[in-house]
Design a protein around this ligand. Structure first.
Ligand SMILES: Nc1nc2c(c(=O)[nH]1)N[C@H]1C(S)=C(S)[C@@H](COP(=O)(O)OP(=O)(O)OC[C@H]3O[C@@H](n4cnc5c(=O)[nH]c(N)nc54)[C@H](O)[C@@H]3O)O[C@H]1N2
Ligand SMILES: Nc1nc2c(c(=O)[nH]1)N[C@H]1C(S)=C(S)[C@@H](COP(=O)(O)OP(=O)(O)OC[C@H]3O[C@@H](n4cnc5c(=O)[nH]c(N)nc54)[C@H](O)[C@@H]3O)O[C@H]1N2
Ligand SMILES: [Mo]
Length: 630
């Protein structure tokens, strides 16, 4: 799937919108225009009238420079990136429970694990490498329990498959913990020595006896009890989750539930244990670490902490950094709608296809006064832009990526960028220069070694010269530190004691009714990556999967009289699409499952723009739809 790098459709010159058309321009013209326009908006409306969205496809050094531009030069914390749409509940929830929002263990553990509990994860399609490790563990005798509304690829390898209903995870996990405590299967010593808040958790899960929890989850009480006993039988056990857990209005509560369960069983802080969210993009862990988030600087140092601000003020040579938490992506759209956000910079995201409710998103992209994009291709989003910068892709620049297991890896330039395309960090640096700040660091290595690693304590020991071969896993606090394979060991969490956070089950914001009687849940397919700007330019992949489908059960197909491959209309309160039905045993009656890889038939014409109250992550995994023969 690398053909896209050499695609003739790559952007090769800056583009500027003139009379409703984007025309090629010189770098100087485009950079001057953006710098002047940003300054004009800042002068007229203040720095908080500007907002930026960074890219988790691109190297750490790009995200670092972008958040530095917004904070140190423009003077706003309105900076975010696509972690908002996937693992923001992880970052928030695991930080509340453990003091660090990252995956606790490492990929190498998967193969050695004795019991793996996979919940809400399309592992074989969306994380095929991690999925291969899990399959291998099963071949070597590990027990696998999979909990997912769909009988997905990883479920085929499970010893126990638990088909819970979409949006019922908190009730299900509370039910598991009810049984574990009632039967005395919890780890009393671990709970007493390493955690706090157990009594409150115990009181909360007492409200979820197996009958009640199982009824909400749509399974039998016996299956719930069996799951609880199996989980308690093997120690340590690994828990793996992804977006089936996070992309809900209760996403943070779902994450807290996984942490509660693993602490109750005494499974956190050991090899082959822990809570393991598989992060989505090659560098989404890194974009978070760099501080492309509205509440933290590089290394998760809070913008509201005066000491942190002082440290960054000194490092960046500015008098005053903004002290208010900035806007998250949904807040940026709201600001555009209200007229308080005048300028938006979108670096490497295709929001017009990936945010929920496409019609509303496009209305906002149209409405904002000034839109800047950096991308490697023209996309449905860049067509709204006043200026488009052509970017060097990952293969055309030196830098680092940080993967899901916190491993910082070197990325090396393999080919020249096409035409006049430039590294993204260079673009942000040029804008800073035009706005009066000369930044010394002029390469990926200088940015990392002299700034990132000096500013973030967990990255202090990571320098480019140490990143040959397999890279290093943070926390790595000093240059003689070997990096950290497993976090929260020795009975000590990053925050001291692990914190139990009792939570209640809440249903999705939109549930089926007479008008929209089915649940729509959305996700990914193996052969395409998100909006196909990259995989759509790979011939072989298009041959393997060429269009969107709606995956439905035999029962729902026969109820409306369609056969596999015939067209159906899927409608929600937001819009409708017509796609082929894929009639499959993977999906239970009452559920429609779709992806968002294709512009036509994209599930985001239908999805519901409602958000988790803490993390502002959209409920991509549940809304109500109607199905008709088309
Ligand atoms: N091929 C491919 N790989 C990708 C991507 C891609 O576009 N294509 N995208 C990348 C990105 S950005 C990300 S974030 C990851 C995402 O990786 P995943 O989260 O593994 O991918 P999804 O397909 O969204 O799968 C979510 C799973 O959750 C289940 N689910 C839905 N609702 C619920 C629920 O209420 N409870 C439970 N327990 N399960 C539920 C679904 O049936 C599905 O199996 O994948 C990454 N990898
Ligand atoms: N219905 C539904 N919608 C979803 C989800 C879901 O599960 N269901 N999942 C959500 C999730 S988890 C995510 S992460 C988002 C993803 O949302 P987006 O980040 O918007 O997804 P992409 O389409 O991959 O957009 C990435 C853009 O970056 C560009 N790009 C790639 N490499 C480079 C580079 O090196 N430099 C530059 N400058 N640009 C580059 C690509 O061409 C592309 O235009 O989608 C979300 N949307
Ligand atoms: Mo993602």
């Amino acid at each position: 799937g690398y053909d896209f790098i050499h695609s003739p459709e790559r952007l090769t010159t800056p583009l500027i919108m003139k009379d409703g058309r984007q025309v090629p321009a010189s770098w100087d013209e485009a950079l001057d225009l953006v710098a002047n326009k940003l300054m004009e908006i800042k002068t007229q409306h203040g720095p908080d009238a500007l907002a930026g969205i960074s890219c988790a496809r691109s190297i750490n050094e790009d995200s670092y420079n972008m958040q530095k531009l917004f904070r140190a030069v423009i003077g706003t914390n309105n900076i975010d990136h696509c972690a908002r749409t996937c693992h923001a509940p992880t970052v928030a929830g695991l930080a509340m429970a453990f003091g660090s929002g990252a995956m606790t263990n490492s990929f190498a553990d998967f193969e050695k694990a004795k019991l793996i509990f996979v919940i809400g994860s399309n592992t074989t399609e969306a994380h095929p490498v991690a999925g291969a490790y899990i399959k291998r563990a099963v071949l070597q005798g590990a027990e696998l329990i999979v909990c997912d509304p769909r009988f997905n690829g990883i479920a085929e390898h499970a010893h126990l498959y638990v088909p819970i209903k979409v949006g019922s995870d908190v009730a299900f996990i509370n039910g598991l913990m009810h049984v574990i405590i009632k039967e005395g299967l919890h780890d009393r010593d671990y709970i007493a020595n390493c955690t706090t808040g157990f009594e409150a958790l115990k009181a909360k899960v007492a409200e979820y006896p197996p009958e009640r929890a199982a009824a909400i989850a749509g399974i039998s009480p016996e299956m719930l009890i069996d799951t609880a006993r199996r989980l308690a039988r093997v120690k340590p056990a690994m828990l793996v989750y992804t977006l089936g857990i996070t992309e809900h209005t209760c996403g943070v509560n779902n994450v807290l539930s996984t942490a509660n369960l693993q602490m109750l069983l005494g499974n956190v802080g050991f090899e082959c244990g822990g809570v393991n969210p598989l992060r989505g993009q090659n560098n989404v862990q890194g974009a978070c670490d760099m501080g492309a988030l509205p509440n933290v600087f590089t290394g998760y140092q809070k913008v509201t902490d005066p000491a942190a601000r002082e440290k960054f003020q000194k490092a960046w040579g500015v008098e005053k950094l903004p002290d208010q938490v900035g806007l998250m992506i949904p807040g940026m759209f709201e600001g555009i709608e209200k007229g308080t956000i005048k300028g938006l910079w979108v670096f490497g995201e295709n929001l017009a296809n990936t945010e929920p409710d496409i019609r509303h998103v496009e209305h906002c992209l149209e409405k904002v006064d000034f839109l800047v994009c950096n991308d490697i291709f023209n996309t449905e989003t860049t067509r709204f832009a006043d200026v488009v910068f052509p970017a060097a892709a990952w293969s055309e620049d030196d830098g680092t990526f940080t993967n899901s297991e916190r491993r910082v890896n070197r990325v090396r330039k393999a080919v020249e960028a096409p035409g006049e395309a430039k590294p993204n960090w260079w673009v942000f640096r040029e804008i800073a220069k035009r706005l009066g700040q000369e930044w010394a660091s002029a390469s990926g290595q200088e940015i990392w070694d002299n700034e990132v690693s000096e500013l973030a304590p967990a990255l202090k020991g990571i320098k480019y010269r140490r990143l040959e071969n397999d890279g290093l896993q943070w926390p790595c606090p000093s240059e003689d530190h070997p990096g950290t394979v497993c976090m929260h060991t020795g009975g000590k969490f990053t925050c001291g004691l692990g914190v139990f956070n009792p939570v209640d089950w809440t249903p999705p914001a939109e549930v089926p009714d007479a008008e929209y009687p089915l649940v729509l849940s959305t996700g990914r397919r193996l052969y395409h990556y998100r909006t196909r700007t990259q995989t759509g330019r790979c011939e072989g992949l298009n041959d393997l999967l060429g269009e969107e489908t709606a995956d439905i059960s035999f029962a729902d197909a026969s109820a409306i009289g369609v056969a596999d491959g015939e067209k159906v209309r899927v409608s929600s309160r937001r819009g409708q699409v017509v796609v082929k039905a894929r009639v499959t045993r993977q999906v239970p009656q009452g559920l429609v499952w779709m992806a968002f890889h294709f512009r036509e038939g994209n599930a985001n014409w239908l999805t519901n723009p409602v958000y988790d109250p803490i993390s502002q992550t959209a409920e991509y995994k549940a809304c109500a739809v109607r199905l008709e023969k088309a």
